[in-house]
Design a protein around this ligand. Structure first.
Ligand code: DX5
Ligand code: ZN
Length: 231
């Protein structure tokens, strides 16, 4: 199973975003962009104009995580702009099927995110509409928070659910993912790892990405779910 690393520029220097994206381009799979609107979460970051600018400079695909109140209205614009993946929150979407289809129709991968307190089972029927399921491992809104271990049982359930449907949907974890927690995430079933402070607070972000990938690959190689998926 392929491990993917998506460094979050939320912890980068916002005045030097192109350089910060370039710092990981040789070693990461995605650049994770956290879009926040002061409503869905108590923080305000960047929106479509900055994403459009970043798309001109970044060589890696952008993984846009929309923490906004009205994803049905705004998410397709990120896909149309050229984002590689657009993730909407289940708690915010009023018409998730329509919105996920619009994201795909615009040429991006479609992701659905759920907060730590949101159960995953109700979304089983939506799996055919998804390319990625994002399980938040902190309450969304800020970088540098402590990883919530209580999400791990849900992560195992999500992996079992995805496996039962053929395993094509990626499972991403976001929040508090670092050298201390990434192996537990890989072991429980994650295959796409967002890391903000663990990458951008490091002296050498590229080296941090390589180290996280090695840890995740080692843990995946020993994970029961991956052995089953590979057999
Ligand atoms: C939080 C964001 C995350 C954030 C993660 O709401 O969705 O992507 O950047 O930051 P760390 O890895 O520092 O927890
Ligand atoms: Zn995020």
């Amino acid at each position: 199973m392929a491990v993917q690393i998506s460094p979050s520029i939320l912890s980068a220097d916002f005045a030097r975003l192109a350089d910060e994206a370039r710092a990981v381009e040789a070693v990461a799979d995605w650049v994770h962009v956290d879009v926040m609107d002061y409503h869905f979460v108590p923080n305000l970051t960047i929106g479509l104009p900055v994403v459009q600018s970043l798309l001109k400079h970044a060589t890696l695909p952008l993984d846009c995580h929309l923490m906004i109140d009205d994803p049905d209205r705004y998410a397709p614009e990120y896909a149309e702009a050229g984002a590689g993946n657009v993730t909407i929150h289940a708690e915010a979407a009023k018409a998730p099927v329509r919105t996920l289809r619009a994201i795909r129709a615009a040429g991006a991968r479609a992701g659905l995110a759920i907060n730590p307190g949101t159960p995953v089972q109700p979304y089983e029927d939506l799996l055919p509409e998804l390319d990625m399921l994002l399980l938040m491992t902190v309450e969304p809104g800020f970088g540098g928070q402590k990883f919530l271990d209580i999400v791990l049982p849900k992560l195992r359930r999500a992996r079992a659910m995805v496996s039962a449907h053929g395993g094509a949907v990626w499972i991403q974890v976001d929040g508090g993912v670092d050298e201390e927690t990434i192996e537990r995430c890989a072991d429980a079933g994650a295959d796409v790892f967002v890391a903000g402070s663990a990458v951008y607070s490091a002296d050498d972000p590229a080296r941090a990405v390589r180290a996280l990938r090695e840890q995740a690959q080692r843990a995946t190689a020993h994970a029961t779910w991956a052995a089953r998926a590979g057999s």
